[in-house]
Design a protein around this ligand. Structure first.
Ligand code: SF4
Ligand code: SF4
Ligand code: SF4
Length: 510
């Protein structure tokens, strides 16, 4: 079995493990260990949380620093889809041309944007406090593509169309934000593709490389593959008829080239006008896909955008539209400027606003039952954003939970004056009156909320509860019937209320 088949087998096995993990998590509730994703860098440095994703991130980074980007060649589930697509194309005699372009700037923009999420976590939750929670995947899984449609779109566009238009491993070479990050660590790797025999210059190695690396040139120049896009797939060692190449311990890139290698293509297939158009298409579609489909779909959107850009280029080329000559000057300046501007624009348009940050920070203290701290943060937010009703509602709730009913009533009244037809607000105000022992006023508010929304069963239940508390079962029953359509359930509720576990029932009703 040749090395490519072995690798495909390993990648299939990885995907099988992922399916088993997802099934255990969602179907059988086995949630001890969460997602394995390089996104763990955000939870690790943003919150100090060592979850499964963060542990995975540390593992992959260390592995890359020692052995190079082995993970990309042998362990990434995205790699599997891309390799399969290439194999299927091969079966039909299609050999997609590998496009070399600076449009991979998009990867750096995505990486910087992802890393700014760490800063956002600091702003929201304060300095990270180290803690371990392997099953804590809350931050990571919110946007995962659980929808089959998204998965189908991913396979169709990111695997097939993208590879057809931009060549093998297009997702890895143009969109994946982890590629530039892993490439940095790859610079330190001693395990590389190395020349161990005489080279005849036949270029079989270069032709077999799915990452588009000019292997024969690097071997001729350095006797080692220095390109940090090398994913250690070993296809070149397999393809070399002369036994020239071997994956061996050798000097690392920096000691050979004396500088860090970034993911900048050595050659380019298009002029700058085309490249800027490609970058623009990738980023703009990524931005809108993120807004409409959620943050994970950013990468999907970038692939769509790049496909769209490539179709335009193909159209322009086939129509022979004359374009100006390539801009050669100040190329580095342009690249750096484009990355910075795109990242800034992206952060500016998608970052969490200050009032929402304060709200989230307060909510976190609410989750921890630290009501005083939550109240202080909500108050800070209200002072700066007095018209933000979402924050005021959170403040009212915090006062209620803290037992400061008078302040809670004041806040709910302010909310109601801004939004008098909101049934839920009247119900909430009623509940504060109830907790404060003012049953008469509570009933007034509950009735108002029923007038505004006849389907608000909580309000019926709350009135029923008050009547039961007052020993007035007959008055309570018509209201309780709205909550418990089945007579037995209602009777059970009433009986439970009058037993010694009354406090528990109070909480349920209130
Ligand atoms: S570059 Fe990204 S998508 Fe490609 S194999 Fe590596 S981690 Fe996976
Ligand atoms: S395949 Fe082997 S012999 Fe041919 S160019 Fe590459 S390293 Fe040299
Ligand atoms: S240089 Fe060789 S090992 Fe590296 S990606 Fe290309 S074919 Fe794979």
């Amino acid at each position: 079995m040749n090395i490519n088949k072995k690798r495909l087998l390993v990648l299939s096995f990885i995907n099988l493990l992922i399916i088993v993990h997802i099934t255990l998590w969602y179907k059988f509730g086995c949630q001890k260990v969460g997602t394995f994703s390089l996104n763990g860098v955000v939870s690790l440095f943003g919150m100090g949380l060592l979850n499964s994703a963060a542990a995975f991130f540390i593992f992959v980074v260390l592995m890359t620093a020692f052995f190079g980007r082995l993970f990309c060649g042998w362990g990434c589930h995205f790699a599997f889809f891309q390799e399969c697509a290439l194999k299927i194309f091969g079966k039909f005699g299609i050999n997609p041309k590998i496009i070399h372009s600076n449009a991979n700037i998009i990867q750096y923009v995505f990486l910087l944007k992802t890393l700014t999420a760490i800063y956002e976590f600091w702003l929201i939750y304060g300095p990270p406090q180290f803690h371990i929670g392997l099953g804590d995947t809350q931050v990571m899984t919110v946007d995962l593509p659980r929808s089959p449609i998204i998965i189908i779109l991913f396979v169709l566009f990111d695997a097939f169309l993208f590879i057809y238009l931009m060549g093998s491993r297009a997702f890895c070479r143009y969109v994946c934000p982890w590629a530039p990050m892993l490439a940095i660590f790859d610079n330190f790797s001693f395990w590389r593709i190395r020349k161990v025999n005489e080279c005849k210059g036949c270029m079989s190695c270069t032709n077999s490389c799915t990452m588009g690396i000019r292997v024969h040139e690097e071997i001729a120049q350095y006797s080692v593959v220095v390109n940090t896009n090398c994913i250690r797939c070993l296809a070149c060692t397999n393809a070399c008829p002369n036994g020239t190449l071997s994956y061996r311990w050798s000097l690392n890139v920096i000691s050979v080239t004396r500088r860090i290698q970034w993911l900048i293509p050595q050659q380019r297939d298009y002029n700058w006008y085309y490249e800027i158009m490609l970058i623009f298409c990738g980023l703009i579609v990524a931005y809108y896909t993120q807004r409409w489909l959620g943050s994970f779909q950013t990468f999907l959107g970038a692939a769509w955008g790049l496909c769209f850009g490539m179709l335009i280029i193909k159209f322009l080329d086939s129509s022979r539209v004359p374009l100006l000559e390539t801009i050669q000057h100040k190329r580095r300046f342009l690249v750096a400027g484009l990355i910075t501007l795109s990242t800034l624009a992206w952060c500016w348009t998608t970052s969490t606003s200050y009032d929402i940050r304060l709200l989230l920070r307060g909510n976190r203290y609410m989750d921890l039952l630290e009501y005083e701290r939550a109240i202080s943060i909500y108050n800070q937010a209200i002072n700066e954003f007095p018209s933000n009703n979402e924050v005021r509602a959170a403040l009212a709730l915090a006062y209620k939970m803290n037992g400061d009913y008078n302040r809670a009533i004041t806040e709910y009244k302010t909310l109601i004056s801004n939004n008098p037809d909101n049934a839920a607000l009247h119900n909430n105000l009623g509940t504060v009156y109830y907790r404060n022992g003012n049953y008469a006023q509570a009933i007034v508010e509950y009735k108002k909320s029923i007038q505004l929304d006849g389907h608000l069963t909580a309000a019926y239940g709350n009135i029923g509860l008050i009547f039961l508390k007052q020993g007035n079962v007959e008055e309570a029953i018509p209201f309780l019937r709205k909550v418990f359509p089945r007579e037995e359930e209602m009777l059970k509720y009433i009986l439970t209320l009058y037993n010694p576990n009354q406090e528990k029932m109070d909480r349920k009703g209130g």
